[in-house]
Design a binder for this molecule. Structure first.
Ligand SMILES: Cc1cc2nc3c(=O)[nH]c(=O)nc-3n(C[C@H](O)[C@H](O)[C@H](O)COP(=O)(O)OP(=O)(O)OC[C@H]3O[C@@H](n4cnc5c(N)ncnc54)[C@H](O)[C@@H]3O)c2cc1C
Length: 466
């Protein structure tokens, strides 16, 4: 090695030991790569995110040999969804899993307990070192052509001591508030609402072992049991968040949200408001970007975010790690220092992941637009139509929930159901209002076009980009 060459201690540095970081460390470590996983805080996280793992995510966990991480944490099996609208309910079970021919099952749990298990699994993987350090900068090598190749990171421990590490490849997965995403894109998450979450104690939900969505006004409410005694509630609040410190947030919960909840849930909701801390997280949208920077890859929420209404983030993340492991396997890329080959493989990765991420991303955003229709007349028509469409059962629920849960990985199925919902909505509306045929046709064309422009086309379009 010439004196000017940096000392390469690792094959791979991973920034952030969250959902992606831990699973990527496991994936690459078990491939024989020497991995350094850096996390700013290794204590059990206490967050309101990542608590329902869809069956498509469970399958990806299995492929990574991490299925045990959802065990031993008092998690709750999840068999599908219950949707509640104006006092009516519809049951949306997950379809059969094609791999097992049995009804698919997801799992909900305390996020921190799951992360602890993932970190333990990463630590137990041969070739993986984990260290508690905050990464402050990416170290770059200024190449002759002016390219900015990343060659390592500089990190700090809690006492302020600085460390430098070098590797031919760095995977950045520092989450939704990513410091380093700007290295690959100028895009920032488009945040239109926040989820406010807390735990309700010993509540029996209308559909036990199912996720619940209440189509409330002005915006949807999510609930799922995350342990024997705890049920998570996430209330979507569009626009500016009322202040928690002056009591406005609690007032909003009591006056706007409580009346929208079923009678069987309201008392526990009001009880929890008195005892639980209300915590919030922004709900953003960030379309994916192709990784083309030499020496680094950005993954997870740092690279791609969708509204958490459909609980798809971890499913996308684990499936990404499965594909990336294949793309960068020692057979495909013998040396991670071969930047040109890595970048070529990342291009393939970008297009290969579309088959699941497009369905999950676009469905999450389109459903959110519909479910947060509030006073928008056309969206309210579609919202009613969507609920009525689910009531039809059969493929009207099997395929949409199959897409949402990551079991069906065909974006065209999404497009089909979108238009089916739109036409069904107009049919229902015409029956309700007794429209004439001419009026009906006019409204139909207008509403379908409007719905497409507002709910699905912008998000589909963003998926076609690099
Ligand atoms: C309100 C809400 C609810 C959600 N619910 C669900 C759900 O039910 N199901 C689902 O599938 N998805 C859900 N999601 C999405 C899901 O949480 C994310 O998609 C997933 O956590 C992304 O994983 P990640 O590894 O990219 O980021 P994270 O899991 O957030 O991990 C990032 C890690 O990086 C560390 N880090 C950050 N900066 C640094 C640094 N400079 N140096 C070192 N370490 C650093 C952090 O401490 C953290 O451990 C939800 C999201 C929100 C906002």
């Amino acid at each position: 090695m010439s004196p000017s060459e940096p000392i390469t201690e690792y094959d791979l540095i991973i920034v952030g030991a969250g959902i992606v970081g831990c699973s990527a460390a496991r994936a690459f470590g078990s491939d024989g790569r020497k991995v350094l996983l850096l996390e700013r805080d290794l204590a059990e996280p206490d967050r309101i995110v990542g608590e329902l793992l869809q069956p498509g995510g469970i399958n990806a966990l299995k492929e990574l040999g991490l299925q045990d991480c959802v065990e031993g944490i008092d998690g709750i099996p999840c068999y599908g969804y219950g949707v509640i609208y104006n006092g009516e309910t519809v049951h949306i079970p997950y379809p059969n899993d094609k791999l097992t021919e049995k009804p698919a099952v997801g799992k909900s749990f305390h996020h921190g307990r799951f992360i602890n298990n993932l970190r333990k699994a990463a630590r137990a993987t041969e070739n993986v070192d984990i260290r508690e350090l905050t990464v402050n900068t990416l170290i770059k090598e200024h190449q002759i052509e002016g390219a900015n190749r990343v060659v390592g990171v500089s990190a700090q421990d809690k006492s302020g001591q600085e460390f430098k590490f070098y590797a031919p490849l760095t995977i950045v997965c520092d989450g939704i508030f990513s410091k380093f995403r700007k290295e690959i894109t100028e895009k920032t998450p488009d945040v239109r609402s926040n989820f406010v979450g807390f735990v309700m104690k010993d509540l029996e939900l209308p559909f036990p072992n199912h996720g619940h969505v209440v189509l409330a006004k002005p915006s949807p409410i999510l609930m799922y049991q995350i342990s024997t005694h705890d049920t998570r509630i996430l209330v979507d609040i569009p626009g500016k968040l009322p202040s928690a410190s002056n009591g406005d947030l609690k007032k909003y919960m009591e006056q706007v949200v409580a009346p929208e909840l079923p009678d069987s849930i309201r008392p526990k909701f009001l009880e929890a408001l008195e005892t639980e801390r209300l915590r919030s997280m922004p709900n953003g949208f960030l379309p994916p970007t192709m990784n083309q920077t030499e020496g680094m890859i950005v993954l997870g929420d740092a690279m791609n975010i969708r509204h958490p209404l459909t609980g798809g983030g971890m499913t996308v993340a684990f499936n990404d790690v499965v594909i990336l492991k294949k793309m960068l396997s020692p057979e495909n890329v013998p040396h991670l220092s071969d930047s040109e080959l890595v970048v070529k493989q990342l291009k393939k990765f970008h297009w290969k992941r579309k088959r699941y991420c497009t369905s999950i991303n676009v469905l999450a955003m389109a459903l959110y637009r519909l479910f947060a229709a509030n006073d928008d007349y056309n969206l309210a028509v579609l919202q009613r139509g969507c609920f009525s469409y689910f009531q039809l059962g059969g493929i009207c629920i099997e395929e949409p929930v199959g897409l949402l849960s990551g079991l069906i990985q065909r974006p065209l199925v999404l497009v089909y159901h979108f238009f089916a919902v739109a036409f069904h909505a107009i049919y229902i509306e015409a029956k309700r209002n007794g429209w004439s045929r001419a009026h009906h046709s006019f409204i139909m064309i207008f509403t379908v076009l409007y719905a497409a422009c507002v709910t699905i086309l912008p998000y589909l379009w963003s998926e076609t980009k690099r």
